[in-house]
Write a protein that binds this ligand. Sequence first.
Ligand code: NAP
Length: 454
Amino acid sequence: MGIATINPATGETIKTFAALTDEEIEAKLAIAAATFKSYRKTSLTQRSEWLMRAAEILERDAQKLGEMMTTEMGKPLKSAIAEGKKCAVGCRYYAENGAAFLADVPAKTDASKSFVRYEPIGTILAVMPWNFPLWQVFRFAAPALMAGNVGLLKHASNVPQCALAVEAILTEAGFPLGAFQTLLVGSDRVAGIIKDERVKAATLTGSEAAGASLAAAAGREIKKTVLELGGSDPFIVLESADLAAAAATGVTARMLNNGQSCIAAKRFIVVNAVADEFEKLFLEHFQGLKVGDPMKEDTDIGPLATPDILAELDLQVQETVKMGGKVLIGGKPLEGVGNFYPPTILTAIPPGSPGEKDEFFGPVALIFRVENIDEAIALANDSPFGLGASAWTNNPEEQERLIEELEAGSVFINGLVKSDPSLPFGGIKRSGYGRELAKEGMQEFLNIKTVWVK
Ligand code: NAP
């Protein structure tokens, strides 16, 4: 696939972009390395001011940036505008807390003075996905820049305008030339860029295949990586849950971003005692969802980002149904232009079908029935992934068990899994490793230097 803006609602190619040449990539690597030498010496106060300014620009341009995101990847405009504003929150979070996260930490040892110091390491490559085209980038860029690192962005090939917009926002905010650069390149160039000795580490958010490929290339060069990969998050509903709230929130948790979120609730695991009632409420909400033009205010679900994603989702659903799965609603792509797929619920998920273990990246909910909490936890953990988990119960003992026994990077009780700048974000198992956001996210790309003085 080339680098292009193709409107997923209409199929229209709006703009194509030439990939950078070898010479252009070399120039950007050189500028990044040169900039790091001076940038790392800028004061924390200065970096914080630049991040604050970036936040103002993100808010000022929220409408325009939202329209850009919606045009490139199809999320409803209201969510896109909210995403731009969330990036501002992320910038302010690191502007306000970065200095405290980076302060020396004294240690008691046999030295006259010993402490831990946090230092930037240089140029970090970020390979990012299209699904949250601004938020994914800012949650990397804000902590990296605050810590004194410089960034190179290889964004997904279907969101080039968003990729360029991030560089423009950070430049307008005042960050020096070379502190953050967008590389318009295909994924075939990533391994070569990581190999370059001027690149010190890399982070990737995306599929398992892309993550494995990046980690292998980085591993050969002894370079650190952070991987934020896929998920098939459970959404567990137990007997004492507030069923109305669980059903309403479950729909939001599944449908956010047209169903294309790594932390979307994908497997709804419901105890038999309340399964009929939950399914009824859940279905009623699905029946009320509006699929259509993502630019319209009342649209709940826009098109999927690319025809390939639509085709893969369709295949997963057809295969699950062929093996015995039942369709409660939806189940087939919508006819006409655009990559539209209707809100779909599948039940009676057959063992061995794609519904059992695969990630469904679109508006398809999978409902599983279990007898009790033991079965619910066992089923939730029987997944190659371990990103987030949401569980609904008002029984404190059950809440404690879920917190302790669910195998995931995060557990949310009586709420949907979400990212928040002040909470670390990441997964275990095939969902990846390392963390973004909070203090932990900032520390991933630092030299944690031990200092001992006598
Ligand atoms: P993808 O195909 O892996 O693309 C993600 C990024 O990786 C793009 O920039 C892509 O570039 C690049 N890429 C693809 N193959 C690569 C390779 N072999 N080497 C280096 N880079 C490569 O992912 P996607 O299908 O677009 O995104 C959806 C996946 O991302 C889902 O599994 C979702 O769960 C996951 N995700 C995870 C998180 C998280 O935080 N854990 C957040 C969002 C999404 P091109 O576009 O040029 O191919």
